[in-house]
Design a protein around this ligand. Structure first.
Ligand code: BEZ
Ligand code: FE
Length: 276
């Protein structure tokens, strides 16, 4: 193959993939090449712009380690994460909707009993959380694993505080025989996603704000059911309609009741989808 030009190069690259043994990989690679080339043709990409793109992706890679994942942040802010979640979690009405995982989940968080304070010293206004885990036909799901994590009053997750020893505002609980679970924590507040890297520069250049509406993260796992990765958002938050990562679903917005002592209480019921 010689003398490829801007009109023939796409088919030439795709032809080179003909012997890919894995049919799914072949499909994904061929489609990726076609869309990338079409993108470059559509915007008439210059060589300087191509290099700027390479430098942007290089900087994104340099911001990735065990505690920071700038590529997930990029995927989130481009709506790719939420598109993938939406395509892969089409559940019957009544099941709790899924949303983005985000970069701040930590496997192996501490286990707590009902009534414990998972804040573990994180700053914020106290908030009691009461939830249940049920199936679509209303049966309680006992012993479901409920992982919860959230930012503190300053908008930071514990993993964003390099000097912190141990987990704060994250933990693992198990539902009781009636599917219920109760824990104490701090109230969730809106916070900006990290803006000190290339994704922050992209948001600034496109005049987008980095804020996420206040939310608690949950991952709920139980045998025989699909794992639920979701948030509960705080009703009335000013960023519900402009979440930087497009994660808000109306069914996940709940009232966080203010109690007479100024503390908060959240009630939320999770409905799991039976595994296929
Ligand atoms: C989060 O909610 O923790 C999150 C989600 C996407 C990007 C950054 C943070
Ligand atoms: Fe979050």
């Amino acid at each position: 193959m010689r003398n490829v030009n801007q009109h023939t190069i796409t088919d030439a690259v795709i032809a080179r993939l003909a012997d890919t043994p894995d049919p799914r990989l072949k499909q994904i690679m061929s489609s990726l090449v076609r869309h990338l080339h079409d993108f470059a043709r559509e915007v008439q990409l210059t060589e300087d712009e191509w290099m700027a793109g390479i430098e942007f992706l290089t900087a994104t890679g340099h911001q990735c380690d065990a505690k920071r994942q700038e590529f997930i942040l990029l995927s989130d802010t481009l709506g790719l994460s939420m598109l993938t979640v939406a395509m892969n979690n089409d559940k019957p009405a009544g099941c709790t909707e899924s949303t983005v995982f985000g970069p701040f989940h930590v496997p192996g968080a501490p286990e707590y009993d009902h009534g414990d304070d998972i804040a573990n010293g994180a700053k914020g206004v106290p908030c009691a959380v009461h939830c249940t885990v049920k199936s679509l036909d209303g049966k309680p799901i006992a012993n479901a694993k409920i992982e919860v994590w959230q930012a503190d009053a300053e908008g930071l997750y514990d993993v964003q505080r390099p000097d912190l020893q141990g987990a704060q505002a994250r933990g693992v609980l198990r539902s009781a025989v009636d599917g219920s679970c109760f824990f104490n924590t701090i109230v969730a507040e809106a916070y900006p996603i990290p803006t000190d890297g290339p994704v922050g520069r992209m948001l600034k250049a496109t005049q987008r704000h980095p804020w996420r509406p206040a939310h608690l993260h949950f991952m709920v796992t139980a045998p025989g059911y699909e794992t639920l990765i979701t948030h509960v958002f705080r009703e009335g938050d000013p960023y519900l309609d402009s979440d930087a990562v497009f994660g808000v679903r109306q069914s996940l917005v709940a009232p966080w009741e203010t109690l007479p002592d100024g503390h908060f209480r959240l009630d939320y019921d999770f409905v799991l989808h039976q595994a296929k």
